[in-house]
Write a protein that binds this ligand. Structure first.
Ligand code: HEM
Length: 184
């Protein structure tokens, strides 16, 4: 996995918790390199999983909740790190539609050894389905990323995770206008 994803995980822990918690997570994970990851380097994704596991122990929060929060935060970090990939987009649906064919493709040009997940988007009228698939078990991070972009573009859409999708290597997210309860 590209170092950027793991380096940003360390940064998120520092910001969302504290630098002391980030240090404790690195020590508890027992990883080589003391938590130093370069953006362009490639590392086992199990390093990120070990850190999430250690953070879950320390914070007493479920890994799924932590991974989702990390994904949500990462959505805005990608905008700071790769601003050119966001040029010309004004809504989340169009942006999400282009992740597989454009953004992740750009990522593999930037980092030829990257192995991005498959993000297949099917648009049906006003609804879309975002399907994540990867050899890495990061469906919760994907969920957070989808939520993050919808909030960023300010679209009035809700994200519902299909309870029938197998996870954590695959998941389906239904993105649609929130159902309104009619009154009166
Ligand atoms: C312009 C926007 C995006 C950029 C710049 C970007 C960039 C990246 C990069 C650099 C990686 C690391 C690949 C590797 O380690 O080999 C990655 C992985 C990943 N991306 Fe994206 N991504 C974007 C949008 C999205 C969106 C919208 C989703 C969710 C629907 C998503 C889901 C993921 C996940 C979950 C991973 C972790 C690796 C895995 O699960 O296999 N990405 N992305």
């Amino acid at each position: 996995m590209k170092g950027v994803i793991i380096a940003e995980l360390v940064r998120w822990i520092e910001e969302a918790f504290s630098p002391a918690v980030a240090d404790a997570v690195i020590v508890r994970s027992g990883l080589p390199g003391n938590g130093v990851y370069t953006t362009v380097g490639n590392y086992p994704h199990t390093d990120a999983l070990a850190m999430m596991g250690a953070l879950a122990d320390i914070s007493r929060q479920p890994i799924a909740v932590l991974a989702d929060s990390y994904g949500y935060w990462l959505a805005s970090r990608f905008m700071e790190l790769y601003p050119e990939m966001f040029e010309g987009y004004t809504d989340a649906v169009t942006f999400l539609r282009d992740v597989d064919g454009q953004h992740h493709r750009e990522v593999t040009k930037l980092y030829p050894d990257a192995r991005t997940p498959s993000i297949v988007v099917v648009i049906d009228g006003e609804e879309l389905t975002v399907s994540y698939g990867s050899h890495r078990p990061l469906a919760d991070v994907a969920h957070g990323l989808v939520r993050g972009y919808i909030d960023y573009y300010g679209d009035d859409l809700e994200v519902i995770r299909d309870p029938g999708s197998p996870g954590p290597h695959a998941a389906r997210f239904l993105v649609r206008k929130p159902a309104r309860v009619l009154s009166g």
